[in-house]
Design a protein around this ligand. Structure first.
Ligand SMILES: [Zn+2]
Length: 348
């Protein structure tokens, strides 16, 4: 799901007491390490900038559950007692740089809106994300990869929190980037901690309208069938107006009508990142010659239909310039190869 890089250098994060960790930079394991005599350091989590507070609270809560230490949350790193753990977006990187930590801004700028950055250097820990969701990713990946927390399934039974009195990690420079634009398994906090971006309740989540089987919502028969029965699938010689029938997706007017509806929805909810454009849950696909001509030659029933649907998705996508590339004159030529337009997001 993510690509990560860490550097094999070494530093210490002290939550209860400053200790020296042995071995590699991962897996905070300072219980096995010799503590630094007389050095006691208290940490605070500094929530810096918008979208930082909730991820900072999550970090403080887990640090408490792991170590027993109560870790306060502040908003001004200069006012923090001891070494602050910096949590937030670009403001947190600025604060880390003020403490002498190399922020690697060039790499940060190249991250997508869901990218995150974990940096530990010279005893300062930075957990940064471009949005609240991405900052959660930084916190959750740190808890998982470096402190051994596991979320095998939702609920207390599925959670593993290994307890340690002293926590230490090596020097870290890790950038994470989701491998998929749309990620959905389960919902809520558990899903978010696994790196999902759908059905998670925080700023920066991937907001969608509907899920599947949306032809009936985008082109309802009660609205269009009376004037345009030709928009609907030809099944057994008749244009099928049942709600779960398919649409005649080779008809350019169908693509235009659906595109118009999608633009209305997007205008009403500008922060939507995906509007579901999916066939109904039935095999009653249009049997008109124009639709059949777009199918994959020689393929089985279901396999051959993907091609006509992707051509339809591309046509609608091309008619919605606010959402992606514009094709002012959608074509339905039965060419052998078809490529997905950038704004047509295929879900697996
Ligand atoms: Zn048709």
């Amino acid at each position: 799901m993510y690509t990560r890089r860490s550097l094999p250098f070494f530093c210490i994060l002290a939550v209860l007491s400053l200790g020296t960790a042995r071995g590699n930079s991962r897996g905070a394991d300072a219980d096995d390490a010799a503590p630094v005599t007389g050095a006691i350091a208290q940490c605070e989590v500094a929530a810096i900038g918008p979208g930082a507070r909730k991820p900072a609270e999550e970090l403080a809560e887990y640090l408490h559950r792991i170590s027993g230490a109560v870790v306060p949350i502040c908003t001004d790193p200069a006012a923090c007692r001891g070494r602050p753990i910096l949590v937030g977006g670009e403001e947190a990187i600025v604060a880390a740089e003020a403490l002498g930590v190399e922020g690697n801004r060039e790499r940060w700028k190249g991250l997508s809106r869901e990218g995150y950055f974990i940096r530990c250097s010279g005893g300062t820990l930075l957990l940064a994300g471009k949005t609240e969701l991405a900052t959660f990713y930084a916190v959750d990946r740190f808890l998982e990869e470096y402190l051994g927390v596991r979320w095998f399934m939702p609920g207390d039974l599925g959670e593993i929190v290994a307890q340690r009195r002293t926590l230490g990690v090596g020097e870290i420079e890790e950038f994470g980037e989701p491998g998929f634009r749309w990620r959905w398994v389960g919902r809520g906090e558990w899903a978010r901690r696994l790196g999902m971006n759908v059905a998670v309740d925080c700023k920066g989540a991937f907001k969608t309208r509907w899920f599947v089987h949306t032809f009936s919502r985008l082109l309802p028969p009660e609205e269009f069938y009376g004037d345009h029965p030709e928009y609907y699938a030809l099944v057994n010689g008749r244009r099928d107006r049942r709600g779960n029938a398919q649409r005649c997706t080779s008809n350019p007017q169908v693509a235009r009508a659906v595109a118009g509806r999608i633009l209305e929805i997007k205008k009403a909810e500008p922060d939507l990142r995906m509007i579901s454009l999916d066939p109904m849950d039935t095999g009653a696909f249009c049997g008109c010659p124009a639709c059949r001509a777009l199918d994959e030659p020689g393929a089985s029933f279901h396999n051959r239909l993907s091609r006509r649907l992707l051509l339809f998705d591309n046509a609608v996508s091309g008619l919605t310039p606010q959402l992606g590339a514009r094709y002012p004159n959608p074509t339905f030529e039965p060419t052998p190869a078809v490529e997905q337009l950038p704004s047509a997001l295929v879900r697996l």
